[in-house]
Ligand binder design. Structure first.
Ligand code: SF4
Length: 357
């Protein structure tokens, strides 16, 4: 979630100071939060509290001042500072299915006395027994039964269904902006620590957009890759007449597929697994959402940049790879590249655009 976007959501953010410290669990990436809620804890996505901070750049710099390398992804440094700033004492860290930087970050936390609980996704999404064992282990470490977490899933499913409707209204009825879509879907990683309040606010938002006129922008883009760290990507695209109708990974955080069990849900969630499951999801969205072009967002120093080659080989649409390091507005070079990309799409012959219209 970017700073500017976060400002719109600030009233939605929990005031962590009001909650008992021992009830807060920081998460470094999307994990089965149903287990955390079932155990009576409040999951807080460290990425969100970093990027929603009044000075996210300062948080990155602070992490560098205490020794985290400059040539490491800014999300890692931001999460480190978020834990320090908010005095978070317990963390669930994804040690397989996210990145090795996260694993090293967990070791830093261990060395500094923060309690950490590792969680690993299986290498293959078909290895459901591994995933089930990891969930059982997580439930046991939090002192709750796995079955109670399955019951909590039903309550979260109804909240998630509101977000799925917000997503549908973005691409099918064109009455929700790409930025709003980004905010609501990205926030499902922790549902702001309280799924009751989050569901209520999402329901109010749904109600508020029902009488809107459809967005008239002619170009429909998909933004794929991890959520952008830059703050004005969506507003800049909108100023160029672009409607972002697909936010790939953020939508995945919302668990977009119908599922009966937690194991089914988290094995269909594409982010922790190989690029090929993500590609299937992206290809389907391109057809269904009538997408004209793709922005592949890549975080500086992130291994996922390597997958750009596979994405370009498999997606037959114009693709702009956008690399960004730190929080803040798009710089001049990025703006120029985006403008040129949109001009190029606009210049495509109408019959070429018709293929995906
Ligand atoms: S952006 Fe890449 S390197 Fe950074 S935390 Fe995410 S997966 Fe890891």
């Amino acid at each position: 979630m970017s700073q500017q976007h976060a400002n719109n959501l600030l009233p939605y953010l929990p005031d962590l100071g009001k909650f008992p410290k021992e009830k807060i669990i920081g998460i470094t990436s999307t994990i089965p939060i149903e287990i955390v809620f079932a155990a009576g804890y409040m999951p807080i996505d460290l990425n969100n509290i970093f990027i929603c901070d009044a000075s996210p750049n300062r948080m990155v710099e602070n992490a560098e001042l205490v020794g985290l390398p400059r040539n490491t992804c800014a999300w890692i440094k931001g999460m480190y500072s978020a834990v320090k700033k908010h005095g978070i004492q317990k963390i669930i860290s994804v040690i397989q299915g996210d990145c090795s930087n996260n694993q090293a970050l967990m070791e830093v936390f261990v060395s500094e006395g923060v309690k950490t609980i590792p969680f690993a996704y299986p290498h293959s999404k078909t290895d459901t027994s591994f995933l089930h064992a990891q969930m059982e282990a997580l439930a046991a470490s939090l002192g709750v039964s796995y079955m109670k977490a399955e019951e909590t899933k039903k309550r979260l499913d109804s909240v998630r269904s509101i977000i799925h409707e917000i997503d549908r209204l973005t691409w099918e009825e064109n009455i929700v902006t790409g930025e709003e879509n980004h905010l609501w879907t990205v926030s499902t990683s922790d549902v702001m620590g309280d799924f009751g309040v989050f569901g209520e606010l999402a329901g109010k938002f749904l109600e508020s957009v029902s009488r809107r006129e459809p967005i008239k922008h002619t170009i429909r883009l998909g933004v794929i890759g991890i959520p952008p760290i830059c703050e004005d990507l969506y507003s800049f695209l909108s100023s160029l007449g672009v409607h972002v109708v697909f936010n790939e990974i953020q939508r995945q955080f919302s668990m977009p597929y119908r599922s009966n069990t937690l194991v089914e849900q988290y094995s269909r969630y594409t982010y922790p697994y190989d690029i090929f499951s993500r590609l299937e999801d992206i290809q389907e969205a391109i057809q269904q959402r009538r997408i004209h072009g793709i922005i592949h967002y890549v975080q500086s120093f992130c291994h996922r940049h390597i997958q750009d080659k596979i994405i370009r080989k498999n997606i037959r649409l114009p693709i702009l790879t956008l690399d960004c390091d730190r929080p803040g507005p798009l710089d001049g070079a990025m703006r120029t590249r985006i403008e040129a990309f949109i001009e190029m799409i606009k210049s495509l012959k109408p019959e070429m655009l018709a293929v995906v219209k």
